[in-house]
Design a protein around this ligand. Structure first.
Ligand SMILES: [Mg+2]
Length: 497
């Protein structure tokens, strides 16, 4: 194992590997494979399925063909024409995410979620003995618990800093655990690609490569002055600091924070405007979910955009009163992103709410009603001067019933299943459940009155479910599958941590 290479420890890192980073493996795609028995072991691509769609997650079977996150779905189809191309089901992913976050919350009061399927945990703050053996045991138990509760696998990294813990979980993938022993950090990191350092994306990597720098060790050897010359002051200095291991960023729990924000870095720059808008809406929802979980509300909505060239800007809008209404935050974020030119490519997007206050539930309901009826006040930002006037968010068009591949359906006679495909007036449904054997396919007219949209089924069956499926799911059943095994519906978030 490469950890046996000992080359001294680096500063700004704890003496014990008590920072845990969890990252679920190919999260959306794995959830779909767990939900759809016929797709297990097969290439699955989750993302936008339209002509301008982008891949959100590819299963490991699809990655073999070169399919990657943020790749145009059209390109993915060329690389892997036989994969199942599915629309994301965020309701399900959020349910699984809540179950995972709840397990993390049992380990420590300091849990910092980064996305639906990724978080840092400060095990020392949770009272775990600061020894490698103790934290490893906690990490292994966590992986077993996640498997039992969600049916999915997650990878765990354990190290003395956030950066190293995240690198460790990446190295551990899929379905593994890697602990970086204190004292072995620089030996492990040195030969790795510069790309493992947070903030080094394709553009920076290319700038470094042209200067002959491809590994972490070479970043350190180049020295701070050279990196500043290559990449500019802020980015160059920050990169040097990270590459030489100076990372003492604490794990920050949400309820202690003065703001709640979520952000995503994309493997490849986003240029598709629709995708950018979609990601902003998704981030706004996640942000509100966290806000509510912490029992807070906030007055100022902030978006963060890092462009392909690393220029980073924020835009904010201050509301008339604090809110935790997802619609209000989503609309404010949508207005803000309209004022930013993203045509050249975006590598990171974030949405945050600041100016936090505790709230009472009654106030909120009254306020949400008011806010829905009235236009929101807007704090102009000097950089916004040239922006178009505060436009109302576009009305969400009422969607005609369309059977998108991957979505849940219920048939009066055949029970629950999912849309495998549709076209020329027909829709093909595969009738199977997470706990069943691969099911049969049947085709209907798109307007068949016996067919209606369904709800996601829990991936791990409730205790009273039959362990085995009916071999042929043709008996008339109403498809009830019992109560979901996972915690309640997402977005309610009334339970404070
Ligand atoms: Mg993941």
């Amino acid at each position: 194992m490469r950890l046996s290479v000992v080359c001294g420890s680096i500063k700004g890192v704890r003496g014990a590997p008590t920072i845990l980073h969890l990252d679920m493996d190919a999260f959306y795609a794995s959830a779909e494979q767990a939900a759809k028995p016929s797709l297990r072991g097969k290439p699955v691509v989750v993302g936008g399925i339209g002509p301008r769609g982008v891949v959100a997650t590819a299963s490991y079977e699809a990655r073999v063909f070169g399919v990657r996150s943020a790749m145009a779905t059209a390109q993915a189809r060329r690389l892997c024409p036989n994969a199942a191309y599915l629309t994301p089901r965020f309701t399900l992913y959020r349910q699984v995410s809540e179950a995972v976050m709840e397990l993390l919350g049992r380990l420590s009061p300091l849990v910092e979620p980064l996305s639906l399927d990724e978080a840092f945990v400060d095990l020392e703050a949770g009272g775990v003995e600061p020894t490698s053996a103790a934290v490893r045991a906690v990490g292994e138990q966590l992986r077993r618990d996640i498997r039992a509760v969600t049916g999915l696998s997650g990878s765990v990294g354990l190290a003395g800093s956030k950066m190293l813990a995240k690198i460790a979980s990446e190295e551990a993938k899929p379905d593994g655990l890697l602990l970086i022993e204190p004292g072995t950090e620089s030996g492990l990191l040195g030969p790795m690609s510069a790309r493992v350092i947070p903030g080094v994306g394709p553009a920076t990597a290319e700038a470094l490569r042209r200067a002959g720098i491809t590994t972490v060790a070479e970043i350190g050897e180049a020295g701070e002055a050279e990196l500043v010359r290559l990449l500019g002051k802020a980015h160059g200095a920050g990169l040097y600091s990270m590459a030489t291991g100076h990372d003492d960023r604490p794990v920050v729990a949400e309820r202690d924070a003065k703001s709640v924000s979520v952000e995503d870095t994309f493997e490849e720059d986003l240029t598709d405007r629709t995708r950018v808008q979609l990601e902003i809406a998704r981030l706004a929802d996640r942000c509100v979910q966290r806000l509510r979980a912490a029992g807070r509300s906030g007055r100022t909505v902030v978006i963060k955009v890092r462009r392909y060239d690393f220029s980073t800007l924020t835009r904010s809008e201050t509301l008339r009163g604090p809110t935790d209404d997802p619609g209000v935050v989503r609309e404010a974020a949508a207005r803000l992103i309209e004022t930013v030119d993203t045509t050249a490519g975006v590598r990171l997007l974030g949405v945050g709410v600041t100016g936090l206050a505790d709230y009472t539930q009654e106030d909120l309901f009254a306020q949400a009603a008011n806010e829905a009826a009235e236009a929101l006040a807007r704090t102009p930002d000097p950089e916004d001067a040239a922006a178009p006037e505060a436009t109302g968010a576009e009305p969400v068009a009422e969607r005609p019933r369309r059977w998108f591949p991957g979505l849940d359906v219920r048939h009066r006679e055949y029970g629950t299943g999912w849309v495998q495909g549709s076209g020329v007036g027909r829709v093909t449904v595969r009738f199977e459940q997470p706990w069943s054997a691969p099911g049969r396919v049947r085709t209907f007219a798109v307007d068949d009155p016996a067919l209606e949209p369904g709800e996601p089924l829990p991936l791990v069956g409730a205790g009273d479910q039959p362990p085995g499926p009916p071999a042929e799911p043709s008996s008339p059943e109403d498809g009830e599958a019992g109560e979901p095994a996972l915690p309640g519906p997402s977005g309610v978030g009334s339970v404070s941590p």
